[in-house]
Design a protein around this ligand. Structure first.
Ligand code: FAD
Length: 458
C-alpha cells in the first residue's frame, strides 16, 4: 500500500529537482571542471577515441619515462581513424623526440589531474586536509583505500593493517573538526564522524563463488578485527558490494558478524544494495528480516547504502559467456525505476534501518528527498551520498539545502587508482549515464522525467 500518492510525489520531485538545480554551482565558477567535462564529452562522442584513451590510462602506471608515455599515447591514438583536431596535433608531436617528451609530460600531467579529481590523497594522512575542508563545508566523507586485487594472504593482511591505521588516523583527526549538527546526528542517535568503506575481496584471497564458505571464514577474522577497532574508536565501517559472484557471501558475512554478541553495542556499520540486480527486492527482504530479528537488538541500526551498481558491463559479459540470462536489468530505465521502488521501501523501513541514497542522478536524488518530505520526514533520517570527482556540484547543492551528504573519497597512489579511474571514466562517458546526459545540456524537465518503463523478462 503506497504511503504517498504517486501524482503528489511526482510534483514534489520536480519541485525538489528545481531547488537542487538552482543550487548547483555554475560551470563558469569552476572552469577546470568545465574543461574536464568538454574532454569527457569529446571522448564519449567517439568510440574509437574513447577506447584508445582507456587503453592509454591502463598502461600509464607501467610507463618508465615521458618518452615511453608519449609513445604509448600516440600508438593508441594512431588507431583512431579520423582523429579530432587536438588529437591530430598530439600525433604530430609524437614524430620527434622533443615533441614526444613534451607530449609525455602533458599526458602524465593530464592523467594525474584526472586521477586527483577522483582520488583525495595518496594516504589517509595526506587526505585529512581535504576531508576537514569538506566537513567544514557541510559534507561528510567515507574513505576508501584503493588497492590491487588481493591474490595472497600477505596482501589481504596488508590491506587489513592499512584499514586499521586509516580508522585510527580518521578518528583521531575528526575529533578536532568543528561541530556540524546536520552531519552528526539523526533521530536514532549520534553518527560517527570517521567513516571507512572496505571491500571484502581485499580482505581475503579466497572469496570464490564455488567455495563461498572458505572465503567467508578467511575474511571473517580480518573483518572482526576492523569491526572491533571501529567500535573502540567510535567510527563507522561500511562494507562495499562488488560483483554478483561475491554478493551472497558478502551479505551473509556482514549480517552474521553484526549479529554476534560482541558487536551488539557497536560499531555503527553498513552494507550496500544494488538496484541494477533483478533480485535486489528479494535481497532487501533478507535485510529487512534480519533488521527485525537478529539485528533488532543492536545499538546502531544497520545503514543500507542504495546504489544502482558499478559492475554492469562485467555482469552482462559474464552472463553471456556462460549462456545465462543477465542478472542485471538490461534497460537503464528498469534500473532507475527499481532504484526508486527500493528507495521508498528503505525509507518506509526506518527506524529499523538507516538509509543512504547514493547517486549522481538528479531525479534519483530528488525522488528520495521528495518521498521523505511527503512521508513526513524532515531530512535528518535520510543521507545522500556521491562519489568524489563525479558528484562535487551535486554535493554542494545538497548541502545548501541543509541535508546530510557524504562523499566517497578514494585514497591511494596512481597505480592503485587506475582500475578505479577507468571505471569512473567509463561510467561518465557511457550513453546510459545521467551525468553524460546532463553534460549534453538536456533540459531539466527531461532530466527529471520518470524513467520510461520497459517490460523486460525477470
Ligand atoms: C557513495 C557511492 C558509493 C558507491 N558504492 C558502490 C558499491 O559499493 N558497489 C557498487 O556496485 N557500486 C557503488 N557505487 C556506484 C554506483 O553503483 C553507480 O555505478 C554510480 O553511482 C552511477 O549511478 P548513478 O545513479 O549515479 O547514475 P545513472 O547515470 O543514473 O545510472 C548509471 C547506472 O545505471 C545502470 N545502468 C547503466 N546502463 C544500464 C542498462 N543498459 N540497463 C540497466 N542498467 C544500466 C548501471 O548501474 C550504471 O552504473 C557507489 C556510488 C556512490 C555515489
Amino acid at each position: 500500500m503506497p504511503r504517498v500518492d504517486a501524482a503528489r510525489l511526482e510534483s514534489e520531485l520536480f519541485e525538489v529537482g528545481r531547488e537542487l538545480a538552482a543550487a548547483l554551482p555554475s560551470a563558469a565558477r569552476n572552469p577546470i571542471a568545465a574543461a574536464d567535462g568538454k574532454a569527457m564529452e569529446l571522448a564519449s562522442q567517439d568510440a574509437e577515441l574513447k577506447a584508445a584513451l582507456f587503453r592509454f590510462v591502463d598502461v600509464v602506471p607501467a610507463c618508465r619515462s615521458l618518452d615511453d608515455l608519449a609513445r604509448h599515447l600516440t600508438g593508441f591514438l594512431g588507431e583512431v581513424e579520423a582523429p579530432p583536431p587536438p588529437v591530430a596535433v598530439a600525433l604530430r608531436m609524437g614524430n620527434s623526440r622533443a615533441g614526444r617528451t613534451a607530449l609525455g609530460a602533458a599526458a602524465a600531467a593530464g592523467v594525474k589531474h584526472m586521477a586527483h579529481r577522483f582520488i583525495v590523497g595518496e594516504s589517509p594522512q595526506a587526505a585529512l586536509g581535504t576531508l576537514r575542508e569538506l566537513w567544514k563545508d557541510g559534507v561528510a566523507s567515507s574513505v576508501d583505500l584503493l588497492g590491487e586485487a588481493t591474490v595472497t594472504q600477505a596482501e589481504a593482511q596488508r590491506y587489513a593493517v592499512r584499514c586499521d591505521a586509516a580508522l585510527e588516523a580518521l578518528a583521531t583527526a575528526a575529533r578536532d573538526w568543528p561541530g556540524r549538527p546536520a552531519l552528526e546526528r539523526d533521530s536514532a542517535g549520534a553518527l560517527p564522524r570517521a567513516n571507512l568503506s572496505v571491500k571484502v575481496s581485499a580482505l581475503t584471497p579466497l572469496l570464490r563463488p564455488d567455495a563461498p564458505e572458505r572465503g567467508k571464514r578467511d575474511a571473517a577474522e580480518r573483518l572482526r578485527g576492523l569491526l572491533r577497532r571501529a567500535r573502540d574508536l567510535d567510527a563507522h565501517l561500511h562494507i562495499d558490494m562488488e560483483s554478483l559472484d561475491s554478493r551472497d557471501a558478502v551479505l551473509e558475512l556482514v549480517l552474521e558478524l553484526l549479529a554476534e554478541d560482541e558487536f551488539g553495542d557497536g560499531p555503527s556499520a553498513g552494507m550496500v544494495l544494488q538496484a541494477y540486480l533483478r533480485d535486489s527486492p528479494q535481497n532487501l527482504d533478507t535485510v529487512l528480516g534480519w533488521a527485525a530479528g537478529e539485528g533488532a537488538a543492536r545499538a546502531h541500526p544497520l545503514t543500507v547504502r542504495l546504489v544502482k551498481g558499478a559492475y554492469w558491463d562485467h555482469e552482462v559479459v559474464e552472463a553471456a559467456q556462460h549462456g545465462w540470462n543477465a542478472p542485471v536489468f538490461e534497460v537503464k530505465a528498469d534500473s532507475d525505476r527499481n532504484f526508486e521502488e527500493l528507495t521508498r521501501r528503505l525509507l518506509d523501513a526506518r527506524p529499523a534501518l538507516r538509509v543512504a541514497i547514493a547517486s549522481h542522478n538528479l531525479r534519483s536524488i530528488a525522488h528520495a528527498i521528495a518521498y521523505d518530505r511527503l512521508a513526513g520526514g524532515a531530512g535528518a533520517d535520510l543521507e545522500l551520498q556521491v562519489l568524489r570527482g563525479l558528484g562535487d556540484p551535486l554535493q554542494q547543492a545538497i548541502a545548501e539545502l541543509g541535508l546530510r551528504v557524504r562523499t566517497y573519497c578514494p585514497v591511494g597512489d596512481l597505480v592503485a587508482g587506475m582500475a578505479y579511474l577507468v571505471r569512473r571514466l567509463l561510467e561518465n562517458t557511457s550513453n546510459d549515464s545521467f551525468l553524460a546526459d546532463q553534460a549534453k545540456g538536456i533540459p531539466l524537465e527531461q532530466l527529471l522525467a520518470p524513467p520510461t518503463v520497459a517490460v523486460t523478462p525477470t
